[in-house]
Design a protein around this ligand. Structure first.
Ligand code: N01
Length: 483
């Protein structure tokens, strides 16, 4: 059973289908597939990983329209994958799982309507950034216009000619600002802390380019593996290894801020004091032009309070607006919550995670047999394709599922000792990473500790491709020699 029909859950479903499993379900609380790409509908939504790399390696799309795909194109692609791989009959959409417990031999899950289902293996593909963070701004409830979080965008709200406040300057806020500049009457961007942004144009693929990709599938494979082996593995190395790759990447990003913001006062107000890549590097084709327009203003004095007419900044100035868009991010520690999950001896996830989310190499939890996590805690999510990471994790999970199907294993979970040793290494490595260079973001826990995989993405692929039985508590079938 899979929980979540986002990009990871659908990838898992395709792997099961390809390997001949017919008896599985994908539970999804939303009414459609795509996860992030289903929920997020804000103007300017696009992926900051090139479309040729942000796709499943087993279903390469030759027809991507742009270098960076907009959200609706990715959503249609995922829907197409579901159709092409015959996943529809396995989907249970609009069904939230509220409780999952290991009964000693199987997982018993309870849906929101009280229905109970069972499974030998539970794959939690519940995503990373799914619980919106709504800031506790004084007076927000008194605002006379509309307010919504970026991931719950009010698509019925016409913004042309309106005065819009965008709170937050992460990837989302930057995309919304770029899309609304020149459409809204005025965009006021409230920046709490500064972010590095890298300009990247987003050209359309030509008809010739798409035609060639259709005719020669090898070109699609070349594009996928080319991006991974060059740009993304390079960036991954730059983030975790001190050295020339990091210095070069940081110098390029700094130079782009210097070159693209003409006004030195504005440049100073939006250019961070911490080094590039420390927070997620934002990629945008529109931000620099947008913030230099006369009808866009970046307010960096902080928010004092919200009043019915708009937002009062800390300098006491009232910014009158019609709409407030909260691009304020997510609770990155939520993972499988609010589902309640109990493993062996009734130990709950909350108890197991009292010191924060932990999973052995992102994919399994000690004491939770036959439960696997996709995009689990401490993944290499920093400026990488989550689709590619999901495929690595899916291959790992499939190896165990195959062994369970073959009757070689009844239940499996990482050992506590292997998980503790892994976390000791992970914590020791974190200071080497760029995320330790003096910033705070969703890449950190509330105490400021780095919450990402501190090694390269390539190392992640290597480790997950050869799991060692010694790191796992394996229950063999009854009567087997080692049982
Ligand atoms: O969220 P964020 P996001 N008052 O947490 C500010 C992926 N993604 O939705 O920097 C005022 O990055 C907060 O300020 P600060 C991508 O992985 C990808 O933008 O903490 N401001 C920050 O500016 C990304 O990293 C794509 O000081 C407040 C912003 O809100 C991840 O999703 C597109 C505040 C939150 O930024 C999350 O991005 C979109 C408050 N009380 C998202 N609280 C692409 O593929 C928070 N903020 C391009």
């Amino acid at each position: 059973m899979i929980i979540g029909a986002g990009i990871s859950g659908i990838g898992m479903a395709c792997a099961l289908k390809t390997q001949g499993f017919g008896d599985f379900k994908v539970y999804e609380k939303a009414t459609g597939v795509g996860g992030t790409w289903h929920h997020n509908r804000y103007p300017g939504l696009a992926c900051d990983v090139p479309s040729r790399f942000y796709q499943y390696s087993f279903d390469l799309n030759p027809g991507w329209d742009r270098l960076f795909a907009p959200g609706n194109e990715i959503r249609s692609y995922v829907e197409g994958v579901v159709e092409r791989h015959g996943i529809e009959p396995h989907l249970e959409l609009g069904t939230e799982i509220t409780d999952a417990r290991w009964d000693g031999g199987r997982w018993r899950v309870t849906c929101g309507d009280g229905t109970v289902d069972e499974a030998d293996v539970l794959v939690c593909a519940t995503g990373v950034l799914h619980r919106p963070h709504v800031p506790d701004l004084p007076g927000l409830e008194t605002f006379a216009g509309s307010t919504f979080h970026s991931s719950r965008w009010n698509e019925g709200e016409e913004l042309t000619g309106k005065r819009v406040a965008v709170i937050g300057t992460g990837s989302t806020g930057v995309q919304i600002t770029g899309a609304l500049a020149g459409v809204a009457a005025r965009v006021t961007v409230f920046q709490r802390s500064r972010h590095w942004v890298m300009f990247a144009p987003n050209p359309r693929y030509t008809r010739l380019g798409k035609g060639l990709a259709r005719r020669f599938p090898a070109l699609g494979r070349l594009g996928y593996h080319g991006y991974r082996a060059t740009l993304f593995d390079f960036l991954s190395q730059a983030t975790v290894i001190r050295g020339p790759r990091r210095r070069i990447s940081q110098a390029v990003v700094r130079a782009n801020h210097r070159l693209l913001i003409r006004d030195s006062g504005l440049r100073e107000r939006v250019t961070p004091e911490y080094p590039p890549l420390c927070k997620r590097l934002i990629v945008s084709p529109t931000w620099f032009r947008a913030i230099q327009r006369p009808d866009v203003e970046v307010v960096d004095t902080g928010i004092e309070r919200v009043v019915p007419e708009g937002i009062v900044d800390r300098a006491g100035r009232l910014h009158e607006v019609d709409v407030i868009a909260l691009a304020t991010g997510f609770d990155a520690q939520a993972f499988m919550r609010p589902m309640s999950i109990s493993g062996e001896d009734g130990v709950t996830l909350e108890e197991a995670w009292r010191n924060g989310p932990r999973a052995f190499r992102t994919v399994g939890l000690p004491g939770f047999p036959n439960l696997f996590t996709l995009q689990g805690p401490h993944g290499p999510a920093g400026n990488y394709s989550l689709l590619s990471l999901a495929e690595t994790q899916i291959a790992f999970v499939m190896r165990w599922i195959d062994r369970i199907r073959a009757g070689e294993v009844v239940a499996v979970a990482p050992t506590q000792a292997a998980t503790d040793a892994y976390y000791e290494e992970l914590r020791a490595q974190a200071p080497e990473t760029v995320w330790s260079e003096g910033c705070r973001s969703w890449y950190h826990d509330p105490d400021g500790r780095v919450e990402l995989w501190p090694w390269t993405a390539r190392h992640f692929r290597e480790l997950l491709s050869r799991p060692s039985d010694g790191n796992f508590d394996i229950t063999p079938p009854p009567g087997s020699a080692c049982g």
